[in-house]
Design a protein around this ligand. Structure first.
Ligand code: DGY
Length: 438
């Protein structure tokens, strides 16, 4: 089978009728940022299914109350006992905003890249046929209220002081769970003493997953959130983990730009001045996150005000977000340092671990976002170099959750949806074009 056929087979195999599992067993529900990346992949061969993925994601959106517009990191559309922590652990049933939902959810969010993915899906539909484009326009109109509410939730619940830099209250919310950037703030979080059983180690070797001390702390934070009744005001007042993650900030910024473009294209007649103002605030405030040590953006501990001066790939998303600094020279240096780009942590940093989840491995969808930014910043050759690395990884190792940047070996979950989708949307067509043009 060609890579394209394999990638389609993975999405089809992970399809649960309306939503797609990231991979069976390890992640048996619909995940937030996975869903939008996966929808991009569906868009390449089954447009109606792609829009369905997005509609199912928004079935879990909270409505009303202090978390109006909240989109959880997991939508538990159907029960499964192969994952910890499941729906009962999060305890959100009956929380204000969930009353009308028919889907149970977790209580934290994930990087809000949805408006960008929707815009890319619409562009692809326009290239398919006038009929696909018309269907896409209707779907986008249907998604706009949910997207707008979600962006407003981020600004209202996670930046009530309008600093321009939203914060997060759980490392899983960043999507980059055990990044070494979170080591210092996470060390202050107490380790839970209550019993629980992890299931991830039954699916993936422990060398590729976070250690127990990490789990003890993320479980503590999950329980803390529940003890505050999921009230954003109470949580921000006392959560022992509050971080301004440059990954979420960059992804929200780019998605905000794309959301306003979607509103304009749909002749949306609602007032969106608040979103314009939020973008302007972030564009200025983010410069406080520039690291002169690493020549890239980094995150900040919102409790101490200290920069978390760690070179992770999330800090290379500044170009994707349209921020001021030129990231070309830094990305060029990263590309020269590992055989397979881009590691999630720069390989010379002491916290770099090539196998362990977000401490070093390559994540292909992050490569796609970074490359898109570099292309926009005028570094087409760097964007192509990243794309060529990604294509080589798919070719050599297939569709894994993440990859070893030193050997190219596939790691974590197998038959992984966002890897398949990233190949379909980004590397497959482009690489064929380049080969044909050569
Ligand atoms: C996990 O369980 O490892 C996930 O990344 C949390 O969303």
């Amino acid at each position: 089978m060609s890579l394209n056929q394999q990638a389609r087979a993975i999405l089809t195999g992970n399809d649960r009728g309306g939503y797609t599992l990231p991979t069976d067993g390890l992640y048996p529900f619909q995940w937030n940022w996975d869903a939008s990346v996966t929808a991009l992949g569906w868009m390449c061969f089954a447009p109606a299914r792609a829009w369905e993925e997005m509609r199912w994601l928004f079935k879990g959106q909270w409505q009303g109350g202090p978390n109006d517009g909240f989109l959880a990191h997991i939508a538990f559309h159907a029960p499964s006992d192969s994952y910890f922590p499941g729906a009962d652990e999060w305890g959100t049933d009956g929380a204000p905003g969930t009353e009308a939902l028919r889907t149970r959810t977790s209580s934290i969010s994930q990087p809000p890249l949805h408006a960008t993915m929707v815009r890319w899906m619409w562009h692809r539909a326009q290239a398919i046929s006038p009929q696909a484009a018309a269907e896409a326009a209707e779907q986008v109109r249907g998604l706009l209220p949910g997207l707008l509410a979600h962006h407003r939730w981020w600004y209202r619940a996670r930046d009530p002081d309008r600093s321009g830099l939203v914060l997060n209250i759980h490392p899983w919310e960043t999507g980059m769970d055990n990044s070494p950037a979170w080591d210092v703030p996470l060390a202050r979080v107490p380790q839970t003493t209550r019993p629980y059983t992890r299931h991830d180690l039954g699916h993936v070797d422990a060398s590729m997953r976070p250690p127990q001390s990490f789990y003890d702390r993320v479980v503590y934070l999950m329980d803390f959130n529940r003890a505050q009744d999921f009230d954003p005001v109470k949580i921000l007042a006392s959560c022992p983990y509050r971080v301004q993650d440059v990954g979420i900030i960059s992804i929200l910024q780019r998605a905000g730009i794309d959301l306003l473009a979607l509103c304009a294209a749909c002749a949306w007649d609602g007032d969106v001045q608040d979103l314009h103002a939020a973008l302007a605030r972030t564009h200025n405030a983010v410069e406080a996150l520039w690291s002169t040590r690493w020549n890239q953006y980094v995150s900040r501990d919102a409790i101490t005000g200290e920069l978390l001066d760690v070179p992770t790939s999330s800090g290379l998303l500044g170009a994707y977000a349209g921020f001021r600094h030129d990231l070309g020279p830094t990305v060029a240096a990263w590309l020269a340092e590992t055989p397979y780009a881009l590691p999630s942590t720069r390989s010379g940093f002491p916290g770099f671990e090539p196998l362990r989840y977000w401490r070093g491995p390559v994540w292909q969808h992050v490569n796609m976002l970074i490359a898109d930014g570099l292309q926009r910043q005028g570094h087409a050759h760097l964007a192509q170099a990243i794309q060529a690395c990604s294509a080589a990884l798919f070719d050599a190792s297939g569709f894994h959750e993440y990859y070893d940047p030193l050997t190219g070996r596939g790691l974590g979950g197998r038959a992984f949806s966002w890897a398949a989708a990233t190949c379909l949307h980004w590397t497959d067509g482009a690489m064929k074009k380049q080969a044909g043009g050569a």
